[in-house]
Design a protein around this ligand. Structure first.
Ligand SMILES: *[C@@H]1O[C@H](CO)[C@@H](O)[C@H](O)[C@H]1NC(C)=O
Ligand SMILES: *[C@@H]1O[C@H](CO)[C@@H](O)[C@H](O)[C@H]1NC(C)=O
Ligand SMILES: [Zn+2]
Ligand SMILES: [Zn+2]
Length: 426
């Protein structure tokens, strides 16, 4: 006790130490300039890889050529990998092979979308497009494989590079997990390009950040008949109308207003005649919640409300949560400590003014499956650049990438991994 400073001095000293800790402990002599320079030297290669993938987009679980391209590039780089994981997935590894082991993740699949951007490297596969930037994600992770491999001596542990299939509705992450991709991994990082964040900037958000998502369809069955004699029929249209309206109250009356949920009915199909009530009506849509538990509750209540309203109108209802075709995605919950790490590394590499607090969104992301098992974070990497034309949202047929992001993303992956291992190796 005798060696403690005078009580009056303890608080000022503590504040001084706390204010110094983040910078000094994250990177006593980390050469960010040198890393960015190396990444920029690879730009031409990164751009060519990304364009090749962009021209040959493949849908979920069909990423055969993309996977082969990744393996061929890893062969050239001399980076060892395992294949297959989760069907077409590839898992490369750099470092000592010893713990700590951390993972960096890229998704590989494209969307069922016709590209409407007219440019030299437009999709050559009709009706399929890299409209979510996963082509850039693959290129940036290959870029990190190259940088990390060149900098082996700086890696105090092991970095696993995960190239996964089927982020778009296929829950590819859960297939990778079943095949053991997280074995021994203590933390996982992912990045997603973002058209609202300027190129050269990043944003991350701690805690619940992206929604748990599912899709549903419902069928309400009545009894068809002449519209002039409604008393002899059972009208599913009126029942469906009540059901759809009643479901709205699940958000406005049953959910905490400070919690976020979405219930959108996106189609209604039923009937084809002016003078006959139809035998059944079908409708469907999506349910979202910023918590996984919230979505489970919403699913249960949607079923009860649709079945209940059908019964009120003497109809029968079938509600299907479509788990087979569109697996339930849990909510993305970013680890607060990893969020701090990403913010610090971002500031070191890109500058303090280039790192902002991210926003919550109600889009799903299968990165959430990894986060159910180990701490993880997925953050936004900017691609917004008006002169490059990269100002369209993901899943738009006009979606376009500012390729300046490629070396930035490769360097970010690399620094995030190296600095995490520096701080966590014993
Ligand atoms: C995959 O590559 C093969 C061989 O080059 C080619 O014939 C095929 O069209 C490619 N598939 C897609 C979806 O691009
Ligand atoms: C924006 O795009 C233009 C044209 O492609 C490019 O010259 C410029 O470097 C980009 N800006 C940033 C900040 O990356
Ligand atoms: Zn997407
Ligand atoms: Zn995506």
């Amino acid at each position: 006790m005798g060696s403690l400073p005078h009580p009056d001095l303890r608080l000022p000293i503590l504040i001084l130490l706390l204010s110094l800790t983040p910078l000094t402990s994250s990177a006593p002599d980390y050469d960010a300039e040198e890393l960015l320079r190396s990444a920029n030297e690879d730009k031409e290669w990164l751009v060519s890889v990304r364009r090749r993938i962009h021209e040959h987009p493949e849908l979920r679980f069909q990423e055969h050529n993309t996977s082969a391209l990744i393996r061929a590039q890893l062969d050239v780089l001399g980076v060892p990998y395992s294949f297959p994981y989760g069907g077409t997935g590839v898992v490369a590894q750099v470092g000592s092979g010893e713990p700590p082991v951390i993972a960096l993740r890229a998704d590989m699949d494209a969307l069922p979308l016709q590209e409407l951007v007219d440019w030299e490297h437009k999709s050559k596969n009709d009706g399929v497009m890299h409209g979510c930037g996963h082509d850039a994600h693959v290129a940036m992770l290959l870029g990190a494989a190259k940088l990390l491999n060149q900098r082996q001596s700086k890696i105090k542990g092991t970095v696993r590079l995960i190239f996964q299939p089927a982020e778009e509705g296929g829950a590819g992450a859960s297939h990778m997990i079943k095949d053991g991709v997280l074995d021994g991994v203590e933390a996982i990082f992912g990045m997603h390009v973002d058209y609202q964040v300027p190129t050269g900037s990043i944003e991350s958000h701690p805690g619940p950040t992206q929604a748990a998502v599912c899709f549903f369809e419902a069928k309400i069955e009545g009894k068809a008949g002449e519209a002039a004699k409604p008393h002899l029929n059972v009208d599913p249209l009126v029942a469906a109308s009540f059901a759809i309206l009643s479901m709205q109250q699940l958000i406005s009356r049953e959910d905490d207003p400070l919690h976020s949920q979405v219930l959108s009915v996106t189609y209604v199909k039923g009937g084809s005649s002016f003078d006959e009530t139809p035998p059944f009506v079908e409708f469907g849509g999506t349910l979202r919640s910023i918590t996984t538990e919230g979505l489970h509750r919403l699913q249960r209540r949607v079923k009860e409300v649709v079945e209940g309203q059908a019964a009120v109108h003497q109809c029968k209802a079938l509600v299907n949560m479509l788990e087979e075709d569109f697996p339930f995605y849990p909510a993305v919950v970013n680890d607060a400590g990893l969020h701090d790490h990403v913010q610090q590394v971002g500031a070191l590499l890109l500058g303090r003014d280039k790192v902002k607090m991210g926003k919550k969104i109600m889009a799903g992301e299968d990165f959430a499956f990894y986060q159910q098992l180990i701490p993880g974070i997925i953050f936004a990497t900017g691609i917004k650049n008006e002169s490059a034309g990269s100002v369209y949202p993901a899943h738009s047929p006009y979606f376009f990438i500012d390729e300046d992001v490629l070396p930035i993303g490769a360097a970010l992956h690399t620094a995030i991994a190296e600095l995490y291992l520096n701080q966590h190796s014993s």
